[in-house]
Design a protein around this ligand. Structure first.
Ligand code: MSP
Length: 538
């Protein structure tokens, strides 16, 4: 019996360049959440996709001398391969160039027009192409720079349709007061209230006429629908809203969580909810704006050339290492600085020393002292109980942390068991017990307890590090049918008699300075191949 439905989304990515680890971050977090929810009994719908219209994409395609559709088709294939490489478990992949999406967006636009929430007028103001954002002159920084990305915005004047965002100001304010999760964490909510809601919302320009790469306004085809209006609709059009088959929409809407980066909180927590209010449909239950991964304290971005890509890292260390690092190192709601040194250091301490060592030492001792068989447990001591308490209390704490999108906190709870188990080995010194025949029972207890704690750890890390989890279970002789969340609450006697197998080293210890050079070389080489490939295809 399923516990219920759970719908989560990532932002849809612009297919205008190679995705970097900033983009990987959102998607990996969503993937862990989706896997965790499935693991704990929910019927999950995990949506990701690509945001393919707008001036930015049209300009990029032109620069490459390509037809826009052909250009996005190629880029989207690359993005899908990237997610495959990272083993992202999405259920649906939406492209905003899908016919179903285009038709539904036109219907939504028409509905709001007929309702009087969209009207025709003229837009005069500034526009930032990389951010696809309208700004008033007052909002721009010095030298007419975009307040979000610092790049120059340009003046534009065109006939346009507007969405009556201002009409929803009071309802939005009320929603912000009553529902803390409409914009989470609280720091982001305060920013929206103080900088946008309280000063007053202007109506939003929702069509463009100066280029044509977009969804046409159905009743006035020289206009294309503003790319952000088109894009946010993906969260409902992917479920079949405004189509012939609305089964998924009925099943999964409202979304449990939209995961987004902090710079797109404004579109998601002000414009999107106002559009939903205008459509008379429920708002998402939570919108979470996570922080940025910075590089030298600056936002990683292709135009600044300070980019780290996931591929060279995965090729050298595997996806589990990258996923672990991204979700442990950074607090999800806050910015964090990426350095290769931090990555390699964490691999050595948490993965090679703490987890890897625990597993290899314990398995080796079971092999050596009990003919590779997990013994039964006969007695308990004070630190046995302490170990067991840490191990069996973890799952509830992990669940709470993940439900609050505190991935780092969840991993910390799991690593408490890892560290406590390592301490347990030092306290019980199995190699001393093994020398004394009279202490055989005690030795059996220690070995059983270690095997059982490692079992619990391997199940708890499953949503984060599937490969490592399965490899540990294999070494412990645990079948797939026993990798179940419910089995982390208590001791599992069925382990007794399992034959353990020494396996490959889970995470080899790294020589930091050598690795730093290798990592830098691998990233530079990868960047060269991207540049070379791009120039071949232009
Ligand atoms: N297409 C829009 C989203 C539309 S959603 C209806 C967009 N695309 S994006 O490709 O530019 O960015 C996608 C996501 O990647 C955003 O949430 C953004 O915050 C995230 N990141 C891009 N660089 C990042 C970092 N350096 N660090 C963390 N996340 C970052 O915006």
């Amino acid at each position: 019996m399923k516990k219920g439905n759970y719908y989560l989304t990532t932002p849809i990515y612009y297919p205008s360049g190679k995705l970097h680890i900033g983009h990987t971050y959102t998607t990996v977090a969503a993937d862990v959440l989706a896997r965790f929810k499935r693991f704990t009994g929910y019927d999950v719908m995990f949506l990701t996709g690509t945001d393919e219209h707008g001036e930015k994409i049209q300009v990029s395609a032109k620069e490459k001398g390509k037809d826009a559709q052909k250009y996005v088709d190629e880029m989207v294939e690359e993005i899908k391969l990237e997610w495959e490489k990272l083993d992202i478990s999405y259920d649906e992949f939406i492209r905003t160039t899908d016919e179903k999406h285009k038709k539904a967006v036109q219907k939504i636009f028409e509905t709001l027009y007929e309702k009087g929430d969209i009207y025709k007028s003229e837009y005069e103001g500034c526009y930032c192409i990389p951010c696809e954002s309208f700004w008033t002159e007052k909002q721009l920084k010095e030298n007419k720079a975009c307040p979000d990305c610092n790049r120059p915005a340009h003046l534009t004047k065109e006939e346009a349709y507007f969405f009556k965002l201002s009409k929803y100001q009071e309802r939005l304010l009320k929603e912000f007061e009553e529902n803390p999760k409409i914009c989470y964490p609280t720091s982001r909510k305060n920013e929206m209230v103080n900088n946008f809601l309280k000063p007053g919302l202007d109506d939003l320009c929702v069509s463009r006429t100066s280029f044509d790469w977009g969804i046409k306004v159905p009743f006035d085809t020289k206009h294309v629908i503003y790319v952000w209006f088109d894009a946010v609709c993906n969260y409902i059009t992917a479920l079949g809203f405004a189509s012939d088959n609305t089964d998924l929409y009925k099943k999964y809407w409202p979304a449990d969580v939209h995961l987004i980066g902090k710079e797109i909180v404004r579109f998601h927590t002000l414009v999107w909810p106002a559009m939903l209010m205008a459509l008379d449909i429920p708002l998402p239950k939570m919108i979470f704006g996570h922080g940025w991964i910075l590089f030298d304290s600056d936002k990683m971005s292709k135009s600044k050339g300070n980019v780290v890509y996931p591929k060279p890292i995965i090729d050298r260390y595997g996806i589990d290492a990258l996923k672990y690092f991204l979700l442990k190192e950074f607090t999800f709601g806050q910015d964090g600085n990426y350095t290769n040194r931090a990555f390699v250091t964490r691999l050595n301490t948490d993965l090679a020393n703490d987890l890897g060592n625990l597993v290899s030492r314990s398995i080796a001792m079971i092999v050596k002292y009990n003919q590779a068989t997990i013994p039964s447990t006969k007695e308990e001591r004070e630190f046995d109980n302490d170990l067991r308490r840490v191990a069996t209390e973890a799952s509830e704490k992990v669940e709470n942390a993940i439900n609050n999108l505190d991935f780092s906190g969840a991993l910390e709870e799991i690593w408490k068991i890892v560290r406590r188990s390592n301490k347990y080995i030092d306290e019980t010194t199995p190699w001393v017990l093994a020398k004394d025949e009279k202490k055989k029972e005690r030795l059996d207890t220690v070995l059983f307890n270690l095997a059982d704690c490692i079992r619990i750890i391997s199940i708890l890390i499953n949503p984060f590090m599937k490969n490592t989890s399965e490899e540990i279970c294999r070494q412990l002789g645990i079948g797939e049918e026993n990798i179940q969340w419910e089995k982390t609450f208590k001791r599992d006697e069925t382990l007794v008699g399992n034959i353990v197998t020494k396996g490959k080293i889970l995470f080899p210890r790294l020589e930091i300075d050598k690795e730093l050079l290798e990592l830098e070389k691998a990233n530079d080489k990868y960047v060269e191949t991207i540049v070379a490939r791009r120039s071949c295809t232009t």
